[in-house]
Design a protein around this ligand. Structure first.
Ligand code: NAG
Ligand code: NAG
Ligand code: NAG
Ligand code: NAG
Ligand code: NAG
Ligand code: NAG
Ligand code: NAG
Ligand code: NAG
Ligand code: NAG
Ligand code: NAG
Ligand code: NAG
Ligand code: NAG
Length: 764
């Protein structure tokens, strides 16, 4: 049935477009609405001819606005039914989103697009609906998302994410892919040799920190030329798709980091050596930085931006440029800092007179001791005027800096939700902090806030708290949690007669797990089983990487899971909705992650008791192993929770070259485990994925338990160094192994449904 409908609809779409009375380009900005028709064709092909987009000109408020209307029959003979008029492409995309979600009841998710499930007969709008954004910019991405989440994305993965972004109204995305291609050309032009350059570039899973000037080189071999070329080809497609969808890509620029031999080649250049980052050996850190007031800096900047606009077109004037991310300036004097920033902007302006410098404001929080108010002021005020700079207040929901820094001393800034560190998956959020807080910031006296944005380090779960901020960008009143959740759940599980238990489950979670009022743990909660096993120091961590479970699992996660299961019993349709299946596995994952803590604590108590025997220790450790096995089992039932998905995506970029394939696999493995040659940032980007839980974390816990049993038996005392050494060895071995067995995981067809029920019986 469906197969018949689609080709017909595509034919209609072509017909529909050709008989549009509206000009394809607006007179004022020459923007084309073609990208919107392409979006409809991709996501709602059966209604391709039903939507009519028109760019209206002349509204210069700086905010985006759209109007939805029904098309009357005398107004159109081509089958158009819904008119979307807007003052920007992005506003039209948001208008389409408002229609499909609020009228159609369907949505597009990280798990996939369900927009094609919209009714055959499109609902009418009735009274026209006009909406405006409350901020000029809706920003997306953290520099590190390009390593933690999208490092190995294929174009199809990007396509889904870009549609997700465009529809939600994102108009300012960061666009880092393929950076190295142009950088290499710039370095070659400067006279550096291929070896000099290869010594500088980091591996595919670690490029974000090379771009930040935190690390250099690769502990796993040279970055393959093929990777550089392929990423550049990908970026061309991504930039043009972003533009087509009404987004202004924030493009890279030359930040100042150069191969260490640059200083030899240019002995008179002002090159300083940066600090050691996260305990990496100096070969891999202490990056060389060409100071911006050196004339060579402008030469390289010009070379970079000229090559970039030749490659992607003159599509943006906004450039990302971070010099001091977790890497303090060489000199703290106010005049030095002002000199650096004024020369940096001047270098951009020398190539692009409309250049705007965008920077992540993480440093002002993470290195707050260095970045006193005076220093931040000197650095920001080195840039003349207020229009040439945008600062991302990166972690606004928990550690906002804009109040301390007087609204960035008048510079434009964007209120950003960070929320996720390292692509970790614990459920967490606070509705008030992402609804009321940005609205208050916008209306605070003297505020120079110009946008809201999402800057998560990784995109792994908790989609609710990201959706809500992007919706908040179109409402001047703080969104009401309960009402928001009800409509969010009904479109997430778009199903006839959705059982109320499904909504109740999310109302409970949103009022507890997603209403975290403890400011010291406002970030995804890491599970202790993902950390290197130890006798102490794992439980109840707060601050930067919290393991504190701030809610009572028994009165939140447990009843929510039971309600969700009950809803699935009542509705077979619901049980087959991919987002429902995802949530079922995700909440079960959280239940087991939290239960692990109790078992671990019993183990430690028994071990520490002077009267316990090695048999007591063995016995109390059994459920710990069993839990990890059960968790792995349930994760393996859902394609979104699979280690082979990550590794497979990495290997796919090898294009069949075995050398490159094993190189990419090591990159992919090392990032989520040791993060560095010898565990420099161990477990930071840990994941609760099928294949990883049983294949890695369970192996470490098994070794730990074995050590506890042996020391008990031998009557020797616990030695933390010995345990760490054992764990590092396991990590090094695991990182270097190659999987040829992922088919075994991917082929798993076991039903989550049954496994989840067994888990509920056992753990609730
Ligand atoms: C729009 O395109 C036309 C024809 O190419 C050109 O003459 C005009 O200057 C453009 N307008 C703007 C605002 O770029
Ligand atoms: C211009 O935009 C503002 C704010 O987005 C909106 O309130 C207003 O209705 C728009 N005016 C026109 C003429 O479209
Ligand atoms: C595979 O890639 C490596 C590293 O880039 C290269 O040296 C080698 O020639 C390639 N092998 C084949 C068969 O193309
Ligand atoms: C560096 O500066 C010295 C002293 O001014 C000058 O003699 C020398 O030629 C310069 N070297 C280069 C490579 O520019
Ligand atoms: C690396 O930076 C640290 C400061 O963080 C410094 O002590 C060390 O000397 C530097 N090493 C090199 C080789 O530059
Ligand atoms: C970009 O703009 C510059 C300066 O206006 C111009 O020289 C160049 O040809 C343009 N490049 C492209 C690809 O349009
Ligand atoms: C720091 O910069 C100031 C001002 O440019 C300069 O006077 C001072 O010598 C510099 N200090 C160092 C250690 O380079
Ligand atoms: C986050 O919410 C808590 C209470 O819910 C509040 O104390 C805190 O100030 C909020 N933080 C921000 C940045 O809004
Ligand atoms: C962790 O916090 C919980 C709740 O406050 C407390 O019951 C428990 O004893 C703490 N555990 C450790 C190891 O600190
Ligand atoms: C939570 O439920 C489990 C399983 O029923 C039980 O063992 C545990 O004591 C309960 N914990 C709390 C804090 O009530
Ligand atoms: C316990 O003693 C045995 C036999 O002497 C030895 O092989 C083993 O390494 C010891 N284990 C630990 C953890 O000390
Ligand atoms: C712990 O083990 C390390 C080597 O693994 C050893 O150097 C150290 O002396 C041991 N510590 C104690 C207190 O035995």
């Amino acid at each position: 049935m469906k197969a018949l409908v689609v080709p017909l609809a595509v034919a209609l779409a072509t017909l529909g477009k050709s008989c549009l009375a509206f000009p394809a380009h607006s007179a004022s900005n020459n923007a084309s609405v073609d990208g919107l028709y392409n979006l409809v064709n991709r996501r709602v092909p059966q209604h391709a001819g039903a939507f009519r987009f028109a760019l209206a000109s002349g509204n210069n408020t700086g905010l985006d606005t759209f109007t939805l209307r029904d098309v009357t029959s005398q107004d159109d003979s081509c089958g158009a039914q819904i008119d979307i008029e807007c003052n920007s492409i992005s506003a039209c995309a948001r208008g389409l989103y408002t229609y499909v979600t609020e009228f159609g009841g369907v949505d597009i998710w990280w798990t996939g697009s369900r927009l094609d499930q919209i009714a055959d007969s499109l609902p009418s709008v009735g009274t026209p609906v006009t909406r405006s954004s409350v901020v000029r910019y809706r920003y997306f991405f953290n520099t590190v998302t390009f390593s933690y989440t999208t490092a190995f994305y294929a174009f199809e993965d990007w396509e889904l994410l870009l549609d997700w972004m465009a529809l939600r109204g994102i108009n300012l995305p960061l666009a880092w892919v393929g950076y190295e291609y142009i950088l290499v050309e710039v370095f070659q032009e400067a006279g550096l040799s291929d070896t000099d350059i290869a010594d500088f570039l980091s591996g595919p899973a670690f490029q974000a920190w090379n771009r930040f000037g935190n690390i250099q080189g690769s502990w796993m071999g040279e970055l393959p030329r093929q990777w550089i070329d392929d990423q550049f080809a990908l970026q061309k497609k991504l930039v043009s798709r972003m533009v087509e969808l009404g987004m202004t890509p924030v493009l890279p620029s030359f930040a100042g980091f150069v191969p260490r031999t640059f200083a030899t080649l240019y002995p008179n250049a002002s090159v300083v050596v940066g600090g050691q980052w996260n305990g990496f050996p100096p070969t891999y850190t202490n990056d060389s930085f060409l100071e911006p007031f050196d004339p060579l800096f402008t030469t390289l900047q010009k070379s970079f931006i000229d090559k970039q606009s030749a490659a992607y077109g003159n599509v943006s004037h906004i450039y990302t440029l971070d010099q001091y991310n977790e890497n303090n300036p060489y000199n703290g004097s106010l005049s030095y800092l002002a000199n650096i920033s004024s020369a940096t902007l001047a270098s951009l302006k020398s190539v692009d007179s409309q250049a705007v410098w965008l920077m992540q404001g993480w440093l002002f929080f993470s290195a707050e001791t260095f970045w006193t108010n005076e220093r931040v002021q000197a650095y920001l005020e080195g840039v003349p005027g207020n229009d040439s700079m945008i600062i991302l207040d990166l972690y606004s929901e928990a550690q906002p800096q804009w109040q301390r820094l007087s609204s960035y001393f008048g510079k434009q800034w964007i209120w950003c939700e960070l929320h996720d560190f390292g692509g970790n998956q614990g459920m967490e959020g606070n509705f008030i902090n992402v609804t009321a807080a940005p609205i208050e910031a916008l209306s605070s006296p003297g505020s120079t806030m110009v946008g809201v944005g999402l800057t998560p380090e990784g995109l792994e779960g908790n989609e609710l708290v990201y959706d809500v901020l992007l919706d908040q960008a179109w409402s001047s009143d703080a969104l009401d949690r309960a009402a928001y959740v009800t409509s969010w759940v009904s479109r997430r599980y778009y199903t006839p007669d959705l059982p109320s238990a499904a909504v109740d489950a999310w109302q409970l979670l949103s009022s507890t797990v997603y209403s975290n009022t403890d400011p010291s743990s406002q970030a995804t909660v890491k599970s202790i089983f993902e950390l290197e096993p130890a006798l102490a120091g794992l439980v109840n961590r707060t601050g930067h990487h919290p393991t504190l479970v701030f809610y009572d699992t028994n009165t939140t996660v447990v009843p929510a899971l039971k309600m969700l299961i009950e809803a699935g019993y009542k509705s077979e349709e619901l049980a087959s909705v991919p987002e429902y299946q995802y949530d079922l596995v995700d909440i079960t994952r959280q239940l087991l992650a939290n239960r692990f803590i109790d078992i671990y604590q019993s183990l430690i108590t028994v071990y520490n008791s002077s009267t316990s025997t090695e048999n007591d220790v063995s016995r109390v450790a059994e459920p710990l192993q069993e839990l990890l096995f059960d968790l792995d089992h349930v994760l393996l039932t859902n394609s979104h929770f699979l280690l082979p998905r990550w590794i497979g995506a990495a290997k796919a970029w090898s294009r069949g070259n075995a050398t490159i394939s094993s190189y990419l696999e090591y990159n992919a493995r090392n990032q989520i485990t040791l993060w560095g040659p010898t565990g420099q940032i161990n477990d930071y980007a840990s994941k609760q994925w099928g294949g990883l839980v049983n294949g890695y974390y369970a192996r470490r816990w098994e070794a730990f338990v074995q050590y506890l049993v042996e020391t008990k038996k031998n009557g020797t005392s616990y030695n933390a160094t010995t345990v760490s050494d054992v764990m590092l060895e396991i990590g090094e071995e695991w990182d270097k192994q190659l999987s040829d067995s992922e088919q075994a995981y991917l082929g798993s067809t076991e039903n989550s449904w049954e496994i989840v029920q067994q888990i509920v019986v056992k753990y609730c």
